[in-house]
Ligand binder design. Sequence first.
Ligand code: NDP
Ligand code: MN
Length: 398
Amino acid sequence: MRSFRYFLPTTNLIFGKGTLKYIGVEAKKLGKKALLVTGKKSMEKLGFLKKAVESMEKEGLEVVHYGEVEPNPTVDIVNEGAEKSIDNRCDVIVGLGGGSAIDTAKNIAVVSGHSEGEKISIWEFAEVHDVPRQITSKTLPVIAITSTSGTGSHVSRFAVVTNQQKKQKIGILSPFICPKVSIVDVDILSYMSPSLTAQTGFDTMTHVMESFVSRLANPITDFYCLKAMELVFNYLPRAYSNGDDTEAREFMALADTYGGWALNTSRIVLPHALSHPISAFYPEIAHGVALAALTPEIMRFNIEKGNEETVSKYCQIAKAGGIKVNSFTKEEALKSVEVIEELLKKIKLNVTLKGLGVKKDKIEGMTESAFTAMKGPIEANPVPVIREDILNLYSRSM
Ligand code: NDP
Ligand code: MN
């Protein structure tokens, strides 16, 4: 066996129906004044914002609400939230919502913890600078309550943020932003619409497929990935067609969690590297939808150019999808693409970049953005890529 690294997260995970009620007791262990970070509508409309506030107030915490997060959150949204946290002297940051709210909470925790009276921006910490500002233990503690399944952000050491001026979407990376507590309450997840279920569920699928084929994959993350792939193949179509199928929701939430644990160490690879520039240029295209448009062509590319180990991994992906694989050859490995395309059809995500409104004249710019902002995932891809490959992959996904 090759030597490997594995990042063991220090998150206290609280999983199951009705667990939102524990937020007060848990937040009290970490601070006295909480900044509660949400999106603009869903959590308030569904009553979960009120429940979270009440639970924390019952335990004697003061709560300040920041409800300005938008999907694919920007540097400005983070910095504005940090200002609110600093002005109110908050000492714990709670993210309630999907990946966008949780990532914003993590990034606010970084900025508020390091500002020390000076106005700073989350972008200073981005690994696009020669010497990015270091993220230290000054980062405020984060609690995540996830409302999608999902990004894995509730158990990951990554937080995504978009710089709209520079057209770069990056992942801030630090063990200090890993949530101290993570609540996964199926009652919240059950409100996801079929399309949100599909796009977030496919995001999970890509996390585990990408971490599985990554150069940084190891036996521990492989174990999570294989199990999570099986779960997504089995339960995503069910959760998509019947949102009240609690069992399907629970298993998708588990797959999402395994995904976060896997990508913490093994990283995501090319589909994510190419999808982030799409969000940077087209913020209205949801993360999971961009991934759906890109994944099949990238799988074909990695299989065609992949070594024996990579080909065998794609064969195992096909097996996780219930396909019989006779030998570990490239031909058999291509069955993994078929089974993913079938899944995408079932959840109505068989989309193309052109169909999503991506214009050919943006391909150059998106390729530049990928090489600047997504170096880590590009390097973790099992097949080395040059600029030409990325241009081609975007074109073929049109
Ligand atoms: P978002 O958090 O962007 O939420 C998408 C939409 O769904 C929002 O309009 C939100 O409403 C609504 N919504 C969320 N939960 C529910 C619910 N339970 N019921 C009804 N509506 C709901 O979606 P994702 O979770 O997919 O997060 C995507 C972001 O996460 C992207 O920026 C992506 O890049 C990032 N990401 C982060 C990773 C990480 O490791 N940190 C990994 C992968 C992706 P409203 O806004 O009103 O609350
Ligand atoms: Mn993702």
